[in-house]
Ligand binder design. Structure first.
Ligand code: SF4
Length: 416
């Protein structure tokens, strides 16, 4: 097969986590995200501290010796298998970069032979880029299960971001569907990247053209496949939030499980993509709302999952009617942050202007950046409510809850 064709195929299969879609993917874009990204897998990524990056996303190889039950690349499954030499991928990426088509690289890989071999090839690629070809731009590599400590350190030294697919939130699920993977080893890997990044401080790895102190400066990400085990949303959020608080995780990715034909999980039900989006919304509340929400505060069903029909913030508000209306003139920041329709920036704006305004109405609310029609029914100004509540009971019609479940040949969104 020609290199060009291999590249097209390996790019189209590297659609795993949501890097490039953004942790705040709204419901509509989340629904679109299930579509294949062929032929060219380039996405825009906006990240604090790194600006906007057009990511060239590719697999170094789709050959894998592991047999994860949910994966289209599992050993023994009949698909065309290809591998790129690290030097070839470096050439192709740098050509695209030189022409201004892309500004960063996300590279992931199957596990040909064994984890040590797979990591050595990844490291060879990043060493060619950083040390030989003097590439100083954004570089994100996904470490594989079974990576050795010194390999993790090397990747962290040379990349802006290192990620890892935890897949599950407990070992019991991995034992069932990915027995070659260890949950504890995955946690240890993420913590090691954090420690390495902190230890490197302002020192510089010899030959790395980036400014000092850039080792894994963009932090780590980790992906969970939602629906391959018995974990509830609450378990995913508790695990990811714990890692985030430890600074071992910059943000999580959630991928709704899709059954792949000719795999052991072919007959399982697919997970509604809306569940994935509810998890992103909840994670946003946990990380970006200044401590106003904790995993244990959110509203879950008896199965431990977030309600699909309402976003987690609205669900929280409706479960606490005694807390509303909130008076904008006097409420503290945390209380305002819990109002549906008010985001962190809007709350900052309201806090900044409330002393200098005589009154606040729906138009003023809208001007401050609020989703006014949603927020007004939960707010008051000096004792007078701002309006009636208008709550959509069901945000999505039933066709967004797959019934019956489909079977996929290659799943965009679930894999490396
Ligand atoms: S999930 Fe990763 S390790 Fe498991 S079979 Fe797929 S590519 Fe291999």
């Amino acid at each position: 097969m020609e290199t060009e064709e291999k590249i097209r195929l390996l790019m189209s299969q590297a659609v795993s986590d949501r890097e490039g879609v953004g942790p705040l993917a709204d419901l509509a874009s989340g629904l679109r995200a299930r579509e294949p990204l062929d032929p060219i897998n380039i996405r825009s990524l906006a990240d604090r501290g790194f600006g906007k990056t057009r990511l060239f996303r590719i697999l170094l190889t789709n050959v894998c010796a592991f047999s994860c039950d949910y994966c289209p690349m599992r050993a023994g499954r009949e698909i065309p298998r290809h591998a790129l030499a690290p030097s070839t991928l470096a050439d192709v990426f740098l050509t695209a970069h030189g022409r201004g088509w892309v500004s960063g690289l996300f590279v992931t890989t199957g596990i040909p032979r064994n984890p040590r071999f797979a990591m050595d090839r990844l490291i060879e690629l990043v060493e060619i880029l950083r040390l030989r070809r003097r590439y100083a731009g954004y570089l994100h590599a996904k470490a594989v299960a079974g990576a050795e400590p010194e390999q993790i350190d090397r990747l962290a030294d040379l990349c802006d971001r290192v990620s890892y697919n935890l897949e599950a939130a407990c070992q019991a699920t991995l034992d069932r569907v990915a027995p070659e993977k260890s949950f504890e080893d995955g946690l240890a890997l993420l913590r090691r990247v954090r420690d390495r990044s902190q230890a490197l401080g302002t020192r510089r790895v010899g030959g790395d053209p980036r400014p000092p102190g850039r080792a894994a400066a963009a932090g780590t990400t980790a992906q969970f496949v939602v629906g391959i085990g018995s974990e509830a949303d609450r378990n995913f959020l508790e695990t990811s939030h714990r890692l985030w608080r430890e600074r071992a995780l910059h943000h999580p990715h959630f991928a709704a499980f899709r059954p792949i034909e000719d795999t052991p999980l072919e007959g399982e039900r697919e997970t509604p993509v809306l569940r994935e989006n509810r998890l992103y919304q909840a994670d946003h509340l946990l990380r970006d709302y200044a401590g106003a929400f904790r995993p244990e505060d959110l509203v879950y069903g008896t199965d431990g999952n977030l309600p699909l029909s309402r976003d987690p913030k609205l669900a929280w508000a409706l479960a606490h009617p005694d807390r509303y209306p909130v008076d904008v003139a006097t409420a503290d920041k945390e209380t305002l942050l819990r109002v549906p329709g008010l985001g962190p920036r809007t709350v900052e704006r309201l806090l900044a202007v409330r002393r200098s305004i005589a009154a606040l109405d729906v138009a003023g609310l809208r001007k401050s950046g609020a989703a006014a029609s949603r927020a007004r029914g939960f707010l008051a100004w000096r004792g007078r409510t701002l309006g009636a509540r208008s709550i959509q009971e069901t945000l999505f019609p039933p066709e967004h809850f797959p019934e019956p479940s489909r079977v996929y040949s290659f799943s965009p969104g679930t894999f490396r």
